[in-house]
Write a protein that binds this ligand. Structure first.
Ligand SMILES: CC(C)(COP(=O)(O)OP(=O)(O)OC[C@H]1O[C@@H](n2cnc3c(N)ncnc32)[C@H](O)[C@@H]1OP(=O)(O)O)[C@@H](O)C(=O)NCCC(=O)NCCS
Length: 218
């Protein structure tokens, strides 16, 4: 993840001890007492990584509670993103004066079923991905890119984006993606200057697909 984001963004990837680290009371309250063990460990690793990223920026460690819709509530003056998947967790934090928004996502690198693929990709996207080099599940990369876009979009704009509300082009020569947001979602955005296009980076290995994107101040 570090290599996917510019230096203004501090990134922390979970170490083994982070999965059983400490939560602040307001974080634990949001997680709830009935959370299953795996959910508790993922949530905890995300918060521990978030605080390590804050420390890397010279910021004090503070709680990152969850809003009702599960979005992390970052401390004033900061933006951030959290992802976790089996065996992997990372958090990114930046100062709002330097970065308008950040998103990142990690997924297991495996094929999507045809039904899931149709939910995630428009037919023209599927056609484009079918022409990319073999050995990579490109719809999975697009899925991760779209989740990255949502994690960046939602804190800035506050509205929902469906998977078909962004079309993603993938460039394997550069490890980049370009997501174009549907004009209807842009027109309906209740904020000034909603992102219309998000350019991000991805990396794929045998286990994981990782994507990240940042919006710099205009
Ligand atoms: C929110 C969502 C993107 C999370 O992605 P995921 O692959 O399920 O899970 P990840 O582990 O990568 O990310 C989970 C983290 O995302 C963060 N998150 C949740 N909701 C969020 C939101 N609205 N905005 C920003 N970040 C959010 C949280 O930190 C969460 O971890 P936590 O609950 O432990 O704090 C996904 O569940 C979702 O709702 N997707 C549908 C919307 C979408 O992606 N549309 C595509 C638009 S092109």
């Amino acid at each position: 993840m570090r290599d996917l984001l510019p230096p203004e963004v501090a990134v922390a990837v979970a170490r083994p001890q982070d999965w059983s680290g400490q939560l602040y009371a307001e974080e634990a309250a949001g997680l709830g007492e009935r959370a299953v063990d795996s959910r508790r460990r993922d949530f905890t690793a995300g918060r521990v990584c978030a605080r390590r990223a804050m420390a890397a920026l010279g910021l004090p460690p503070v709680a990152v509670p969850a809003a009702e819709d599960r979005a992390p509530v970052w401390p004033a003056g900061t933006v951030g993103s959290i992802t976790h998947t089996r065996g992997y967790c990372a958090a990114a934090v930046a100062r709002r004066s330097e970065v308008r928004g950040v998103g990142m996502d990690a997924e297991q690198h495996k094929e999507l079923s045809p039904g899931v693929r149709r939910l995630i990709c428009l037919p023209e996207e599927e056609d484009r991905y079918a022409r990319l080099p073999s050995g990579v599940s490109w719809p999975t990369v697009a899925f991760s890119a779209k989740e990255t876009v949502y994690k960046l979009w939602h804190p800035l704009v506050g509205t929902w984006l469906d998977f078909h509300d962004a079309t993603v082009d993938l460039d394997p020569d550069f490890g980049t993606f370009t997501a174009r947001i549907a004009p209807a979602r842009i027109d309906a955005a209740p904020v000034d200057r909603p992102p219309t296009r998000v350019i991000g980076r991805y990396v794929v290995d045998s286990d994981l697909v990782r994507t990240a994107a940042v919006l710099l101040p205009q």
